[in-house]
Structure formats: C-alpha cells, structure tokens
Ligand binder design. Structure first.
Ligand code: LLP
Length: 419
C-alpha cells in the first residue's frame, strides 16, 4: 500500500495535497503518512501473532514523539540507544516494560536513568558494562534485566557501514566470550539475566542471514538453559530492508514465518527491533528548487534541502527516488541534485536521469522516513526542518521548523569577551 500517490498530476499524501502543505509550512520539510505508519506497524506485529513477541521500534530511525506515539498506541515498545531516546519514548507514553536498551557505550547516568525507569532489559555489549550495570543496580537497590548482545558473525550482505554482525565489528561479544560472560553475570546478584540478543545489520534484503543468526543464538540459548540460566527473551534486533530502488526484500510475513519456523519449541518471548521497514517508506522529504545551472560537464539542480537535512546520499551514497510534486510534460535530463551546503559531497542524487526541473518547483525525495530527520544537523547553521504528519485530509506539524534563535540556544559569549 502506498499513501503517496499522484492524483490529477499532483502528489498527494493520503487525502492531502503535498503542494498545499508546502504552501502552508514552507520548505524543506519531512512529511509522513499516519495510515502507512500505522499499517506497517500493524502488519509487522501481526506477522508474529503466532508466537509471544514484543515489537520494540528502533527509535533512532525516526524519533519524533508524535510518531512514537502511533506505535505505542498500537501496543509497541521501543529499542533505545541513549538516555535521550528513553526520554522521548517516555514522552510518547511507552510502557517501560517494553523498552530494551542497546548500544556499545552506555554512560553511567544513562544506565541509572533506565534503571529508575524500570525498563525491560539492557542489551549488554561488554563485560565491563555488565559490572557497571550490576554496581549501579546495587546502589539503587534494584535488579537490572539484561541480555548479552551476541555477535553471531553472519554476513548480512548489506552496506559495510551498516552491517554489524560480523566479527570485525565493534558490536556485541562473540558466542564463546558470551558463554563466559553469562557465567560471570550469574555471579552478579543485582542482574536478572533475561535473554540473548543480536542485531546483524540494517537494510538486509535476504532472509537467510536472519535465520543463520537465529540458529547460532538458539544453540547458545539451549546451552545456557542447561547451565541453569533461565533465558526467557530472544531479541533478534532489526534490519529488515525496504525498496529504495529495485531491492526486493522479503515481506514482513515471510521474514516472520522463517523466524517462527526456525524457532519451534524455543519457549521464548521474541523481541524484534524494526526501524526502517516501518518508517522508511512512510515518509518523504519535500524540497524546493532554488536554481538550475549547467557547466561544461554537468547539469545541476540546486534545492533548498542539503546534506544536513538528509545525509544518507552523502554518507552512504544511498539512492532516494526523486519526483516532481506536480507532473508536467517535460524532457528528461541527466543531472546532479545538490543542496546549499559548502561541500562537494552535498547532494541528494548524482548523475541521475530526472525530469527537467524549473526554478521554484517542488521536489519529493522519496523513502526518507527512516534515518532522515533523525540524522539531520544544524551544519552551516541551518535551522532543522519541520516535520508534518498527515492523517486523512488533515496535516499536523509534529515538529516546527527551527528558528535562528534555536540555533544559538544554549550558547554564551564568555564574560571576558563581552563589551
Ligand atoms: N536494533 C539495533 C541494535 C540497531 O543498531 C538498529 C539500527 C536497529 C535495531 C534498527 O535497524 P533497522 O530495522 O532500521 O534496519 N543510518 C543508517 C542505518 C543505521 C542502522 C543502525 N542500527 C542508514 O541510514 O541506512
């Protein structure tokens, strides 16, 4: 299902005209469809209906509290990687017993915050972290739920920057080390060992790496149980890919079926941490063409959104489809779509065959709902853009465009420099 469709030559999000929203909020802005978000979550959740499970949405992929609220209202939990993400999730009303905390570098204050909030469990990534959590729980007179994040050493066959389950990555501990770490953890009285976790990478478009990882974890779970550790949760992380261009990732129901089939009789509650597959194709970035120019080599379309607003093309050379918001008869040209940032790496598309855009026209950058706004910055002192959610024919600003005063908020001229 796609809630971004052309009607009478114009792009609509559900029953709202993208052009009309742009006139109201200005450009650039991120635009999300409520119906798509809710539907994607629902389909993913339903795919696991046969087995006990919690869908812990990966906050890093799209963290606006208005969006988190949609998943929380559907009964979802969250996967967080910082105190800030926990704060957001709490603002969205998440049930703390559905919060898992991942990440290699949890600070003490963050551990404390999460313990006080009574989250379900920490996905622990090192031996030192185990001792830190145990000591912190002791101080607070609590028991900390934990799982060890195991690195199953499978190749997710995705972009090297976003693959995390291979030996050479910084994430998790290898299976042999994990067995030792669980033995040590059993001796720590303030830890409640709840599960085993892993996350193999992102934008994975095949099922086999997930099943390979699961099979490796399964052996570990049985071994730990033999040793007397009561493993109740199996966290398989996120990572299911989406179609940006021609990728053909498995549908969530196929993915779930493979996992369900491979995990018969495991007697665990499964935790899934999807991000991209829920939000990626539920959001777009709308930008305006400022200028066009041509030199001896190339055609350039200069737009008002830059790499600070959507960094994925610059960082991973990733592909986002480019579409005009209003369709007209025109020729196709080969061009670079670039932003206003003072860096040659600032582009949204390179050497792309696109319809010839004119000054002032609106452009939609598709599949921008995941790792779009959340990776944006104020580089070049550009205010971060607005985020808008559409439901039916209504649109809601869920984050107002930043103002110049937001940019210097918190900054101070030291007294010795004051005139
Ligand atoms: N769980 C953990 C522990 C993760 O590290 C991640 C993503 C997820 C879940 C969610 O993965 P997803 O379902 O969204 O693939 N910035 C990159 C993606 C980085 C992913 C990092 N970890 C991008 O724009 O492609």
């Amino acid at each position: 299902m796609n809630d971004f469709q052309y009607k009478e030559q114009e792009l609509w999000c559900e029953q709202a005209s993208v052009r009309a929203i742009a006139e109201k909020v200005g450009t650039p802005f991120y635009l999300y469809s409520y119906r798509t978000l809710k539907n994607h979550f629902h389909v993913f959740d339903q795919a696991f209906a046969e087995i006990p499970h919690i869908i812990c949405f990966a906050v890093k992929s799209s963290s606006n509290i208005g969006i988190l609220r949609i998943f929380v209202a559907e009964g979802g939990g969250v996967d967080i990687v910082s105190g800030g993400e926990l704060y957001r999730a709490m603002q969205a009303g998440v049930d703390p017993r559905k919060v898992v905390y991942s990440g290699v570098g949890k600070r003490l204050d963050e551990i404390e915050y999460a313990l006080k909030a009574n989250i379900l469990m920490f996905n622990v990534e090192s031996f030192q972290e185990l001792t830190e959590i145990n000591a912190c729980a002791q101080r607070l007179g609590k028991k900390a739920g934990i799982a060890l994040r195991v690195n199953p050493d499978v190749d997710p066959q995705t972009h090297p920057y976003i693959s995390t389950g291979l030996k050479e990555n910084k994430f998790g501990v290898n299976i042999e080390k994990a067995i030792e770490a669980y033995r040590e953890a059993r001796k720590m009285p303030y830890l409640d060992i709840k599960g085993v976790s892993c996350h193999i990478g992102s934008q994975v478009t095949k099922i086999s790496p997930f099943v390979d990882a699961l099979n490796r974890l399964k052996k570990l779970v049985y071994l730990l149980r033999e040793e007397g550790t009561n493993i109740r949760y199996l966290d398989l992380g996120g990572g299911l890919g989406i179609t940006y261009k021609e990728e053909q990732p498995p549908h969530p129901t196929e993915y779930a079926k493979a996992i369900i089939d491979a995990s018969k009789d495991m007697n665990c509650t499964f935790i899934l941490e999807p991000g991209r597959v829920i939000v990626g194709n539920a959001g777009i970035l709308v930008t305006k063409v400022l200028y066009t120019k041509t030199n001896e080599e190339k055609n350039f379309v200069i737009v008002d959104a830059g790499m600070n607003d959507l960094i994925r093309p610059s960082l991973y050379n990733s592909y986002h489809q480019i579409q005009p918001v209003v369709i007209k008869k025109r020729k196709t040209v080969l061009a670079d779509i670039v932003g206003p940032i003072c860096e040659s790496g600032d582009y949204l598309a390179k050497d792309r065959n696109i319809p010839e855009f004119e000054r002032g026209e609106l452009m939609a950058v598709m599949s921008a709902g995941a790792y779009g706004f959340t990776m944006s910055s104020n580089y070049n002192s550009r205010p971060r853009v607005a985020e808008v959610l559409v439901k039916g024919d209504r649109s809601y600003v869920i984050r107002r465009r930043e103002m110049y005063s937001d940019i210097v908020k918190g900054e101070k001229i030291p007294i010795f420099l004051k005139v």
